[in-house]
Design a protein around this ligand. Structure first.
Ligand SMILES: *Cc1c(COP(=O)(O)O)cnc(C)c1O
Length: 369
C-alpha cells in the first residue's frame, strides 16, 4: 500500500524557522483540511510541543475534532480558530469545544452575538477584514456596525486579513498591508495577524502579533525567499509490483499514450490517482505534456520518469537507465520527499504542493515516527 511518512522533527524545525522570522510576534499554524492531509491532531500536538499555541482550521467540525485530540494529548491551552462560517446553531458546539470563531461578515457577527446571548456567556472572537482578495471579510463600510457590537457583547481578541499574492512578485501584498493598517487602526488595542507562509518571508513588517503559516510547515515552497530554508516533511512512497521489459515500438499504459522508442524496462508501482497522485503528472497522454515533461520518482537514489498515463491504482516508471539489480517487486519508489521536491511534482501537474498534500487519499497510510 502507498504510504506517506511524516518527519516530525522537520515539521518542528520548519515551525521554528518561521518563528525566528517573526520578531516578537507569535507563530501559529494552519492545520485545516486535516493538517494539509497529514493528520491535524498529530501535526498540532507536535507543534504544540515546539511551542505553538494558535491553530487554524476551516470548519467548526474540524475544530471540535482537533480540540478533542489536543485535550487527550494534554494540550488544553491550545487556541483553536475556525476560519469560516458562523451560524447560530453552531454557537453551542463552538463554546463547548472552546473554539474561537473568525467572523467575516455582519451576519457572522449577528449569529455569534445572538448565540452568546442565548448561552448567556461571553467568549472572544476574531474579525476578518477584507483587504483586496475579495474572498471573505468585513469591509470598511461594515466597521461602524462592528464598533456598535463591540460596545455590547462582542469581544474581539484579534483582527486578521489574508494575503492573496505573498508568494509572487507583485505589489498586491504592499497594498493589502497598507489597507490592513488602515482598517486595523479602528481596533487600536486588539492583536493583529496578516501573514500566511509566504507572508512570513516578506519581512518583519508583515508579522504583526501572530502569523498563520500552513504550507511552509509541511515543507512546501512559500515564495522565492523560502527557497532552501524549509525541510521536506512528507515522503510519499509506494512499492513496485512488477518489472517488465517492453520492446521498441510497443506502447504502455492507457491509450497507449507512451510510445516506446527503445526497449524499455518498466516498473509498475502501486500508486494512482485514487491515492491523490495526480493524473496530470502522467508522462504522456494528458494536456500539459505538449509543454513540459511529466513527474519523476526516485528509486534507490535514481530519478526515473513517469511513463504514460497514471491510472487509478497504478503508475508506470521508466527504469531503463537505472541499474537492473536495484529495482524488483517490493522495492519502494519515492514520489515526493527528500529526493523529489513536492513543488516539482506539483509543477509538472500544473498545480501547487497544497493540492498534492490535501489530495492524498484515504488508503495512503500516514506513518508517524
Ligand atoms: C490556509 C490559510 C492560511 C495558511 O496559508 P499557507 O499559504 O498555507 O501558509 C492562513 N490564513 C488563512 C486565512 C488561510 O485560509
Amino acid at each position: 500500500m502507498p504510504r506517506v511518512a511524516i518527519d516530525i522533527e522537520a515539521l518542528k524545525a520548519n515551525w521554528r524557522t518561521l518563528d525566528a522570522l517573526n520578531g516578537k510576534g507569535r507563530t501559529g499554524a494552519a492545520v485545516k483540511a486535516n493538517g494539509y492531509g497529514l493528520g491535524a491532531t498529530r501535526v498540532a500536538v507536535a507543534l504544540f510541543k515546539a511551542g505553538c499555541r494558535d491553530f487554524f482550521v476551516a470548519w467548526m467540525e474540524e475544530g471540535v475534532a482537533l480540540r478533542q485530540g489536543l485535550d487527550e494529548a494534554g494540550c488544553g491551552e491550545a487556541r483553536i480558530y475556525v476560519l469560516q462560517g458562523m451560524e447560530l446553531a453552531a454557537v453551542p458546539a463552538c463554546l463547548e469545544a472552546r473554539l474561537t470563531p473568525v467572523l467575516s461578515s455582519l451576519a457572522d457577527i449577528a449569529a455569534w452575538g445572538e448565540g452568546l446571548e442565548r448561552a448567556d456567556c461571553r467568549a472572544p472572537a476574531v474579525l476578518q477584514l477584507e483587504t483586496g482578495m475579495n474572498r471573505l471579510g468585513l469591509d470598511a463600510d461594515d466597521l461602524p456596525i462592528v464598533a456598535a457590537a463591540m460596545e455590547g457583547s462582542l469581544d474581539v481578541c484579534l483582527v486578521m486579513s489574508h494575503l492573496a499574492s505573498a508568494d509572487e512578485e507583485t505589489t498586491q501584498s504592499e497594498r493589502q498591508h497598507a489597507q490592513f493598517l488602515r482598517l486595523a487602526a479602528e481596533f487600536p488595542k486588539v492583536d493583529r495577524s496578516l501573514a500566511n507562509s509566504a507572508g512570513c518571508f516578506l519581512g518583519p513588517d508583515y508579522a504583526f502579533d501572530l502569523t498563520r503559516p500552513g504550507i511552509a510547515l509541511y515543507g512546501g515552497r512559500a515564495g522565492a525567499a523560502s527557497e532552501g530554508k524549509l525541510k521536506p516533511v512528507a515522503t510519499l512512497t509506494a512499492a513496485v509490483l512488477q518489472v517488465r521489459t517492453a520492446k521498441a515500438g510497443e506502447a504502455a499504459g492507457y491509450g497507449g499514450a507512451a510510445r516506446l522508442s527503445r526497449d524499455t524496462r518498466i516498473a509498475t508501482v502501486g500508486l494512482g490517482y485514487a491515492d491523490g497522485y495526480l493524473r496530470a503528472d502522467s508522462g504522456a497522454g494528458v494536456p500539459l505534456r505538449d509543454k513540459s515533461p511529466g513527474a519523476e520518482a526516485c528509486i534507490a537514489g535514481h530519478r526515473v520518469p513517469v511513463l504514460g498515463r497514471v491510472s487509478m491504482d497504478l503508475t508506470l516508471l521508466d527504469v531503463t537507465d537505472m541499474p537492473e539489480d536495484l529495482v524488483e517487486p517490493g522495492t519502494r519508489a519515492e514520489f515526493f520527499g527528500p529526493n523529489i521536491a513536492i513543488d516539482d511534482v506539483a509543477a509538472a501537474a500544473g498545480t501547487i504542493s497544497y493540492e498534492l498534500l490535501t489530495a492524498l487519499g484515504k488508503r495512503v497510510e500516514r506513518v508517524w515516527p
